[in-house]
Write a protein that binds this ligand. Structure first.
Ligand SMILES: Cc1ncc(COP(=O)(O)O)c(C=O)c1O
Length: 393
């Protein structure tokens, strides 16, 4: 193999035009760098785009998820079900509130939470402590009531919310939708973000739209929206003066530069999603004849896939790291994706998890490789990735 032939394809790239640059520059020329009109315009853009009654901008997806957990009223010792096949934030926000995350494994096709196992877990956890035991973390004392579910829309595809909500309904449990990777996706023609009781988007530069750092909560629930608005702003309730704080809150506010950038990005959302879908289609054309890898699968319920990353699976798990190293040597950056949450060092330390506990998540984690992806990739770059993979196999 010719390792000398270096080709450079960025892992991801934000798609920024002069209009975004001008909007940010315009903010800089005013005295309103925070709590001004752009955050309101950004929130309006999300109400228009998703049809949500409330949209609340925050300074990261993690902050948005944390506020949803607070608005759900979950706290110390409660049990909440989530998935180990995700970015760490969807579990961390539970740990911030000393809630026990109860993991349910992923299903192997999309990587979203397995609803057959979810149903069994919800029933077992509500039946008796003896039947609950098999779902609890191996280490620690985890007494508490099951209070809700955080589902994750993995890689831009919504989880199966009709089933998830049907499972949660008899117990009146709120469902939080971590849609940080799925802005613009459609589930049975309904927009991602509004599929649970509260939904969260994120805008790091590799996302469908970016605000540099940022996030946003959407919900139709008036009470939750009011709590989230207050807590993002240091716990000031409506009518509180600057130094009055009705609740324990945070500074999770989005700034005006980010909101200006995001508002212009939202004007281009359809174009941005379309460009990413085109790149995903080019990858399919380019890579579908390589027998050693599996390509992403779009579920029938996903009536619009909003491509966030392009994750291939190396069929032979033992070869994944070799493939990864060789691609890197050829100038193609790649990332193992996701790395199972339950096997992160702090999770193993706190909860005593060992490999083998969530076999689907671990298998996807061992075989998954995110390859370069953004709406700015050219057909030529896709061909470079394809020929590098062919060269390796
Ligand atoms: C599934 C998921 N949840 C939450 C987040 C957190 O978003 P942020 O990085 O804006 O805090 C991300 C970000 O990558 C994500 O992919």
């Amino acid at each position: 193999m010719d390792y000398q032939q270096k080709i450079s394809v960025p892992m991801s790239l934000p798609d920024i035009t002069d209009e975004e640059r001008a909007a940010v520059a315009q903010v800089m020329a005013t005295n309103y760098l925070s709590m001004g009109p752009w955050v309101q315009a950004f929130e309006q853009a999300f109400r228009d785009f998703t049809g949500a009654k409330h949209a609340i901008a925050v300074n990261s997806g993690t902050a948005g998820l944390h506020l949803c957990v607070r608005a759900a009223g979950w706290s110390d010792g409660d049990r909440v079900i989530t998935t180990p096949f995700s970015f760490v934030s969807s579990t961390n926000v539970l740990l911030y509130e000393r809630i026990t995350p109860i993991f349910v494994d992923a299903e192997p096709v999309t990587g979203n939470i397995d609803t057959v196992q979810l149903k069994a877990a919800v029933e077992d956890l509500n039946r008796s402590e003896a039947s609950a035991a098999k779902w609890l973390p191996p280490k620690g004392d985890h007494k508490g009531e099951l209070k809700g579910i955080i589902a994750v829309d993995v890689f831009g595809q919504p989880a199966d919310y009709d089933t998830i909500k049907e499972i949660a309904a008899p117990y009146n449990m709120p469902v939080i939708e971590d849609s940080c990777e799925a802005l613009g996706a459609m589930y049975k023609n309904r927009p991602a973000g509004l599929l649970g009781d509260m939904g969260v988007f994120a805008f790091y530069p590799n996302k469908q739209i970016t605000t540099a750092e940022g996030g946003l909560v959407v919900t139709n629930d008036d009470k939750a929206a009011s709590i989230i608005r207050s807590l993002r702003n240091q716990g000031r309730a409506e009518g509180d003066t600057w130094l009055a704080h009705t609740y324990l809150g945070y500074n999770y506010r989005m700034d005006e530069m980010s909101a200006a950038l995001g508002t212009i990005q939202m004007k281009r959302i359809e174009e941005l999603i379309r460009k990413r879908a085109q790149v995903a289609e080019w990858y399919r054309e380019e890579l579908s004849d390589i027998d050693e890898i599996e390509l992403p699968h779009t579920a029938a319920s996903t009536t619009r896939d909003s491509w966030f990353v392009y994750v291939i699976r190396v069929k032979d798990a033992d070869r994944r790291d070799e493939v990864s190293q060789k691609l890197k040597a050829l100038g193609i950056p790649v990332r193992p994706y996701f790395s199972p949450i339950h096997l992160q060092p702090y999770m193993q330390e706190k909860f005593g998890y060992e490999p083998g506990r969530f076999p689907v998540t671990e298998d996807l984690g061992r075989r998954g490789l995110a390859i370069p992806f953004s709406g700015k990739m050219t057909r030529e770059q896709i061909a470079q990735v394809g020929s590098s993979l062919r060269q390796i196999f």
